[in-house]
Design a protein around this ligand. Structure first.
Ligand code: KIV
Ligand code: ZN
Length: 517
């Protein structure tokens, strides 16, 4: 039995999926979750892409100490240096160098020949080894690369010092049998592959990413690259939770294990959906809302008699809360703390203070507070760290068949109140119009979603807004039993992020100006 390394690329490849962008502080929060989950490697970002990305990689390198932290770099000097600099504070840094190797990519995208491709790979890997011991090389589009050339590139990469060789199915084209053949062929041609960790990285364009990853592992890969909820470019990457549970539930056949704490899978999934506003479809394996729901009478009957009749794993194994009636108005702070601990969350005292305050507010509106409500409160209030340029103090709305009107009282960072008024076609439009009188950003609303976290009329409504603020896409969130208030919170959240982004940009600009003087 071998230990399979879980390389999580939620914060890099996952974040590349449309609408999944996260701020640096949201990425740190997710990175903490990934560390708790027990992944071996966190790909924190692509340093050369932006200053925000560098900040996120730096912060993660400083704070997250157990897993290896890696940053992606194209095979060129600038990218490798940017990656190396961003990883300076990591205890276990890895530079991940990639270059495309298929004819299509070489000819149509890079406009270089095979010799140049190998030269660039070798030079960049050598440069990377001058900064860190741990260097990964990826042959982008490996599965559509001529096998002889792939063998040559991989041989050169190992000689140049790569310690992990990754073979991506970049466009999700391969079949499991082809992944297996590719790996077996490389292993027989390159005995030196034994000195490296062999890795697979599969995309889901044909819905085969997990099957291909498992085929890669069966053939000898000892690292698998994946993302929480399978988010990623186009149809996404292989879903981490499916790979982990596939290996765990079918250990009898696959005979490998991972270091992931499977009972943390659900909370990692929930946190990511909360941060990105992208929720897995209800029938998504492992973490979908219906993954453990039994609708048909025959199934319910069977499960009640013995869960093993229709369940190949229990909800507890992946940390799905059982929506037990848990707490109410009279449950104290200790009761709340104990339930949070049972759900796997240990909070700092000041975090607990904030959850307890939100819990009290919710308990005034909702009689029975379920586990899902508690997770929602946690996500919404507790670890939010965008400075509040605007904080909602009061909200009043009148609506009916005529135009709706909203008045929002917000407090600024110094607690000074401002009153904003607006009109619109419905209460939410009126709230947004009122909020728009507070700022000078150009805001274009791209997506607006309301979702009930639990069943019932008194459910908490979670609102996610995606908007372009001065050209930058930002995600805002709100949560309340009153969906108009939740919408106002989400809109104000977007504006606060806009203010933060503007300040960070100004600081970045000032730093560059000083440096130039
Ligand atoms: O899909 C891919 O080929 C990648 C590489 C950069 C590893 O994401
Ligand atoms: Zn990828």
């Amino acid at each position: 039995m071998a230990q399979i390394k879980i390389f999580d690329t939620t914060l890099r490849d996952g974040e590349q999926s449309p609408g999944a962008s996260m701020t640096a502080s949201e990425k740190i929060r997710m990175a903490h979750e990934l560390q708790d989950l027990g992944v071996d490697i966190i790909e924190a970002g692509f340093a050369a892409s932006s200053s925000d990305e560098v900040r996120a990689i730096r912060d993660i390198s400083r704070e997250i100490k157990r897993p290896i932290i890696t940053a992606l770099a194209r095979a060129n000097e600038g990218d490798v240096i940017a990656a190396a600099k961003s990883l300076q504070e990591a205890d276990s840094p890895r530079i991940h160098v990639f270059i495309a190797t298929s004819n299509t990519h070489l000819e149509r995208k890079l406009g270089i020949n095979r010799g140049e491709c190998i030269d660039r790979a070798v030079e960049s890997i050598r440069l990377a080894t001058s900064y860190v011991k741990d260097v990964e090389f990826s042959a982008e589009d490996a599965t559509r690369t001529d096998l002889d050339f792939l063998t040559e590139v991989v041989r050169a990469a190992i000689q140049a010092g790569a310690t992990t060789i990754n073979l991506p199915d970049t466009v999700g084209y391969a079949l499991p049998s082809e992944i297996q053949l590719m790996i077996e062929a490389l292993q027989s041609r390159l005995p030196e592959l034994d000195q490296c960790t062999l890795s697979v990285h599969c995309h889901d364009d044909l819905g085969l990413a997990v099957a291909n990853s498992l085929a890669g592992i069966a053939a000898g890969a000892r690292q698998v690259e994946c993302t929480v909820n399978g988010i990623g470019e186009r149809a996404g990457n292989a879903a981490l939770e499916e790979i982990v549970m596939g290996l765990k539930v079918r250990e009898d056949e696959l005979d490998h294990r991972t270091g992931v704490r499977s009972e943390h899978l659900y909370r990692a999934s929930r946190l990511l959906s909360y941060l990105t506003g992208i929720h897995p479809q209800p029938n998504k394996a492992i973490v979908g809302r219906n993954a453990f729901a039994h609708e048909a009478g025959i199934h319910q009957h069977g499960v009640l008699k013995d869960p093993s009749t229709y369940e190949i794993m229990t909800p507890e194994m992946v940390g799905v809360p059982q929506s037990k009636l848990v707490l109410g108005k009279h449950s104290g702070r200790h009761g709340l703390e104990a339930r949070l601990r049972e759900l796997g969350y240990t909070l700092e005292p000041e975090e607990l203070d904030r959850v307890a305050a939100s819990f009290k507010e919710l308990a005034d509106q909702k009689k029975n507070i379920l586990d899902e409500d508690i997770i929602s409160i946690l996500n919404h209030g507790v670890m939010e760290n965008v400075p509040e340029a605007y904080r909602i103090d009061d909200l009043g709305v009148t609506c009916g068949s005529a135009l709706s009107r909203a008045t929002i009282t917000v407090l600024d960072e110094n607690g000074v109140p401002r009153i904003a008024e607006g009109e619109g076609d419905g209460p939410i439009a009126a709230v947004f119009a009122a909020a728009d009188t507070l700022h000078d950003f150009k805001v274009v609303l791209e997506e607006f979603e309301i979702r009930a976290t639990t069943p019932g009329r008194d459910a908490v409504g979670e609102v996610t807004i995606r908007a372009r603020v001065d050209g930058q896409t930002l995600t805002g969130r709100g949560g309340s039993t009153d969906v108009v208030l939740a919408s106002a919170q989400a809109y104000i959240h977007v504006l606060n992020k806009g203010v933060q982004a503007r300040e960070l940009e100004a600081r970045h600009f000032a730093a560059r100006t000083d440096w130039g003087v």
